[in-house]
Design a binder for this molecule. Structure first.
Ligand code: ARG
Length: 457
C-alpha cells in the first residue's frame, strides 16, 4: 500500500471500510478544473514570494496542465486510496514531476483549498444557471408573443376570478425568473471572496500574498478572517436556497401546465415531442416532463435541507462533516439545469386551444368585479348589489349579460342600459388600466420591457 500524504505519525493503515467510508474522490473529482486553477495561482504566488523557485513553479504548472489533459482524455487514474481530489492531483503531480510537487502544499491546507475550489465551482454554476434561466424567460416571452389578445380566466382558490390576458399570465413567470436570477447574482457577489491562504484555520507565518492569489482567481478580495474562511458554508446554503426558490417557481409552472393540459381544462396541447405515453392505456398522452419538473423540485429543496442540517451545531472551524456539502450542490445544479431546460422546451412545444378557451370564458361570472367597480356608488354597496345579480344568474343558470335591464333594475334601480358596456369578458378586460394590470396597453408595455431586456429578435 502507498503511504498516505498525511501518514507520518501513523503506524497502521486504515481499514478498507474506513477508507471506503471517508473517501470523497468518487464525487469531488468534479472539482478538478478548479483545483488545478487554484494550485497554479498558489504556485505562482509562492514563486513571487520567493518561497519556491521559478523553475519549481514552471514544472508545477506544466505538470498540472499535463494532469488536466490526462483527466480530460480519460487517461487519469482516480484512486480511492488517495482519498479526495486534492490528494489525487497532488500525488499524481509528485509521480509526474517529483521534488517540486512536494513544495506545492506550502502555506496551504486542504481546508482552504477545498473552499477555494468550491467557491470557484459554484461561481461557474451560477453563470450556467443564469444562462438557462434566460433561455426559459425568452421561451415564455416568445410564447406570449404568439398569443396576443388571448383572454383566459384568471383564478384564485382555483375558482374563476377575473379575466386576464394570457400574455399577462405568462409574463408573471418571467418576472419570477428574473428575481431567481437576481438572487443568484447576489449570492455570487457575496461568495466571491478568496479563502486561499487561510490554511488549516489560523493562517500562516510564511510570507504569502493572499491578494495576489485572490486577484489571479478573479475573486473580489481575500477573506478577512481565516477561521471564518474555513468553517462557514453560508455561501453554499445561500446558493442552494436560491436554487430551491427557483425550483418552487418551476414546480408551480409545471403544475399550471399539467392542469391546463388536462381534458377538464383543455387550454393547451403539448406536442408529441414533450409528451409520453402509457404502457397500458393506448390513448394516453401525458405531460410527464412538467410533472417531473414539479417532482424534481423535491430534490432541490432536499439538497438545501441537507446543507442546513449538516451545518447546524458544528463547532468552529473545519469539521470533516463538511465534506458532505458537495453532493447536494452537484445534485442541485444538475437538477435545476435540467428543470430549466425542459421547461423551456415545453414552452416551445405547446399550443393554446383558443376556441376551447374562448368557449369556456362565459362561465364563472368573470366580469362581476368590473361591473361592481362601475356602478358609481360606494363599493361595499355595489359589491352587494352585483352579488345579488350573480345569485339571480346562478338560479337561472345564465351569465350576467343575459339579464335584461328590467331584471337588473328589479334587483336595484342603479342599473342603467350602459351596464352592457361592462359585461362580458372582452369588455371587462378592456376596462383594466392600472399600472401592472391586465389591460392591453399595460400588458403591451410589459411585453416591450422584456423584449428589450432579453434582447429578443
Ligand atoms: N475532502 C475534504 C472535504 O471535502 C477536504 C478537506 C479535508 N480536510 C481534512 N482536514 N481532512 O472537506
Amino acid at each position: 500500500k502507498e503511504a498516505k500524504l498525511w501518514g507520518g505519525r501513523f503506524e497502521e493503515s486504515v481499514t478498507d471500510a474506513v477508507e471506503r467510508f471517508t473517501e470523497s474522490i468518487s464525487f469531488d473529482k468534479a472539482l478538478y478544473k478548479h483545483d488545478i486553477m487554484g494550485s497554479k495561482a498558489h504556485a505562482s504566488m509562492l514563486a513571487k514570494q520567493g518561497l519556491i523557485t521559478v523553475n519549481d513553479r514552471d514544472s508545477i504548472h506544466e505538470g498540472l496542465s499535463e494532469i488536466e489533459r490526462r483527466i480530460e482524455s480519460g487517461e487519469f487514474e482516480w484512486r480511492t486510496d488517495r482519498e479526495d481530489v486534492h490528494m489525487n492531483i497532488e500525488a499524481a503531480l509528485t509521480d509526474l514531476i517529483g521534488e517540486p510537487a512536494k513544495k506545492l502544499h506550502t502555506a496551504r491546507s486542504r481546508n482552504d483549498q477545498v473552499l477555494t475550489d468550491f467557491r470557484l465551482w459554484i461561481r461557474d454554476a451560477i453563470d450556467a444557471i443564469g444562462v438557462k434561466i434566460k433561455y426559459l424567460q425568452v421561451s415564455l416571452v416568445k410564447l406570449a408573443m404568439k398569443n396576443e389578445g388571448v383572454i383566459v380566466p384568471g383564478y384564485t382558490h382555483l375558482q374563476r376570478a377575473q379575466p386576464v390576458l394570457l400574455q399577462h399570465l405568462l409574463l408573471a413567470f418571467v418576472e419570477q425568473l428574473e428575481r431567481d436570477a437576481g438572487r443568484l447574482l447576489d449570492c455570487r457577489v457575496r461568495l466571491n471572496f478568496c479563502p486561499l491562504g487561510a490554511c488549516a484555520l489560523a493562517g500562516t507565518g510564511l510570507p504569502i500574498d493572499r491578494f495576489m492569489t485572490s486577484d489571479a482567481l478573479e475573486f473580489t478580495a481575500p477573506m478577512r478572517n481565516s477561521i471564518d474562511a474555513v468553517s462557514d458554508r453560508d455561501f453554499v446554503m445561500e446558493f442552494l436556497s436560491a436554487n430551491a426558490i427557483t425550483s418552487i417557481h418551476l414546480s408551480r409552472l409545471g403544475e399550471e401546465w399539467v392542469l391546463w393540459a388536462s381534458e377538464e381544462f383543455g387550454f393547451i396541447t403539448p406536442s408529441d415531442k414533450v409528451s409520453t405515453g402509457s404502457s397500458i392505456m393506448p390513448q394516453k398522452k401525458n405531460p410527464d416532463p412538467m410533472e417531473l419538473v414539479r417532482g424534481k423540485s423535491a430534490r432541490v429543496v432536499g439538497d438545501l435541507v441537507t446543507l442546513l442540517t449538516l451545518c447546524k451545531g458544528l463547532p468552529l472551524a473545519y469539521n470533516r462533516d463538511l465534506q458532505e456539502d458537495k453532493e447536494p450542490v452537484f445534485d442541485s445544479v444538475k437538477t435545476i439545469l435540467g428543470m430549466l431546460e425542459v421547461s423551456a422546451e415545453f414552452a416551445q412545444n405547446i399550443t393554446f386551444n383558443r376556441e376551447r378557451i374562448q368557449k369556456s370564458l362565459p362561465a364563472g361570472h368573470l366580469d362581476a368585479t368590473t361591473l361592481a367597480d362601475y356602478l358609481g356608488i360606494p363599493f361595499r354597496t355595489s359589491h352587494d348589489i352585483v352579488g345579488r345579480a350573480v345569485a339571480v344568474c346562478v338560479s337561472k343558470g345564465c351569465e350576467l349579460q343575459a339579464l335584461s335591464v328590467d331584471e337588473l333594475k328589479s334587483i336595484d334601480p342603479v342599473f342603467e342600459k350602459d351596464v352592457y358596456e361592462f359585461l362580458g369578458v372582452e369588455n371587462a378586460v378592456k376596462k383594466f388600466s392600472s399600472y401592472g394590470s391586465t389591460g392591453s396597453a399595460c400588458v403591451a408595455s410589459q411585453l416591450d420591457h422584456w423584449v428589450t431586456k432579453l434582447e429578443i429578435n
